[in-house]
Design a protein around this ligand. Structure first.
Ligand SMILES: [Zn+2]
Length: 211
């Protein structure tokens, strides 16, 4: 694991990337990285404009939400981040986004069918029913979903992803959004849908483990 300064710089870089790509809204969504002590996490603050965050805006918190470093209030979704790390031991970074196409995909109870390689990798992505943001109920539901897959769609809300590092987590979030977008285009074209064969899906299995 890198230093706390590296972790904070990476969070800011990922926030700006996700914000530019429309995954984070002005105040919606949050990003965290485990700190060097292995117990606490660095997380984005609550209710500040995501486009203007700097490393000094971030807060380091314990699992109960108490602040160890930083002067802002932590994101209200801190429970969901800690529970996602609990579900996937070894994960160092987590993102919660309000990615619009993935959100609509979840609202419409869609599942990833084998339309391409990424969709095969995402086939076990769970959809978490709506719970009030910031609650332990939502965090527990995310924990359950992430036992199966390191990305989960949160119905009527957004998505959550973790990774072996923060870049990996952000890539999974982007992959869910982009694949949901292709699934949307497929529905819009509305012609005969050509899915990958079972044999192709099986052969892709060994590749998709690394995505
Ligand atoms: Zn949210």
């Amino acid at each position: 694991m890198g230093s706390d300064n590296d972790a904070r710089e990476l969070i800011i870089q990922i926030v700006h990337e996700l914000f530019s790509a429309g995954h984070l809204t002005s105040t919606g969504g949050n990003v965290s990285n485990r700190s060097s002590d292995g117990e606490t996490i660095w997380i984005t603050p609550s209710a500040l404009y995501k486009g203007g965050l700097t490393a000094d805006s971030l807060v380091r918190i314990r699992p109960d939400g108490s602040v160890v470093e930083g002067s802002n209030q932590p994101s209200i979704e801190y429970r969901m981040h800690f529970r996602a790390y609990d579900a996937r031991p070894g994960s160092l970074g987590a993102v919660h986004t309000h990615s619009p196409v993935a959100t609509a995909f979840g609202i419409c109870n869609q599942k990833f069918e084998p339309i391409n390689t990424d969709a095969v990798a995402l086939a076990d992505t769970q959809t978490v029913p709506w719970f009030m943001p910031g609650t332990a109920e939502l965090a527990d539901a995310v924990f359950d979903a992430m036992k199966t897959s390191r990305g989960a769609i949160l119905q009527n809300h957004g998505l959550m992803a973790v990774g072996e590092d923060l870049r990996h987590a952000a890539t999974r979030a982007a992959m869910i959004e982009e694949t949901a977008r292709i699934a949307l285009y497929v529905k819009q074209f509305g012609g005969e849908v050509s899915l990958l064969t079972d044999d192709a899906v099986e052969r892709l299995g060994s590749i998709t483990e690394f995505l």
